[in-house]
Design a protein around this ligand. Structure first.
Ligand code: CUA
Length: 260
């Protein structure tokens, strides 16, 4: 049973923070996969430099100990070593910069024709989501507020201060445009698994493009200090199949049509 549990926990994707977590949450978008790959890429150079510098250090301490080497040599210059130690440290940042810029600019790329546009508005201290694609009039729009579940009120299985009353439902494997703004002070729409951290600035529309690759529930938090309840305005994105998404939207729109 324990083995099964371990297997399940190991295989199941990590889409929210976990106790003792060391790495990133599992990627659900190509963007996040790119970030994780870049991290590993840079980490390779980090290990390389760490090992090399430690080796030099230990070697110097060992060979030039005053007992082992009481009379030091008086060499102060070495052209070869000086050329090498200038060229190599300037090549390594290039190996880091090239994939980094490639990722940065690909993340900045705007998807020209996204299937769905969602507007995420930050408030002190909750969020409003607008599905503007389905507006046929001012009365009939799909807009809802998303508040956190209070600390003393979570149901079994809900994450403390990460769950909300109304989740953002999006279709998986679809190009989405998220428009992020704020109604009062700067907030941030950040979901680690989706690789998004987009500032919500009052009077400004920020845009990010995502494509969630698998169905699941993704958790994020406000990432811009916005006041006393900064910690209490989480984000929950639920990615469902396109079919389920259609019926969810349809069910949400029906009652509002009745009222209008
Ligand atoms: Cu909203 Cu911090």
């Amino acid at each position: 049973m324990i083995v099964l549990e371990w297997l399940f926990l190991t295989i199941a994707p990590c889409d929210a923070a976990e106790p003792w977590q060391l790495g990133s949450q599992d990627a659900a978008t190509p963007m996040m996969q790119g970030i994780i790959d870049l991290h590993h890429d840079i980490f390779f150079f980090l290990i390389l430099i760490l090992v090399f510098v430690s080796w030099i250090l230990v070697r110097a301490l060992w060979h030039f100990h005053y007992k082992k080497n009481p009379i030091p040599q008086r060499i102060v210059h070495g052209t070869t070593i000086e050329i090498l130690r200038t060229i190599f440290p300037s090549i390594i940042p290039m190996f880091i910069a090239i994939p980094s810029f490639a990722l940065l600019y690909s993340m900045d790329e705007v998807v020209v024709d996204p299937a769905i546009t969602i507007k995420a508005i930050g408030h002190q201290w909750y969020r409003t989501y607008e599905y503007s694609d389905y507006n046929s009039s001012d009365e009939q729009s799909l807009t809802f507020d998303s508040y956190t579940i209070p600390e003393d009120d979570p149901e079994l299985g809900q994450s403390r201060l990460l769950e909300v009353d109304n989740r953002v439902v999006v279709p998986a494997k679809t190009h989405l445009r998220i428009i992020v703004t704020s109604a009062d002070v700067p907030h941030s729409w950040a979901v680690p698994s989706l690789g998004v951290k987009c500032d919500a600035v009052p009077g400004r529309l920020n845009q990010t493009s995502i494509s969630v690759q698998r169905e699941g529930v993704y958790y994020g938090q406000c990432s811009e200090i916005c006041g006393t309840n900064h910690a209490f305005m989480p984000i929950v994105v639920e990615a469902v199949s396109r079919k389920d998404y259609g019926s969810r939207v349809f069910n949400q729109l029906i009652p509002q049509t009745g009222e209008a």
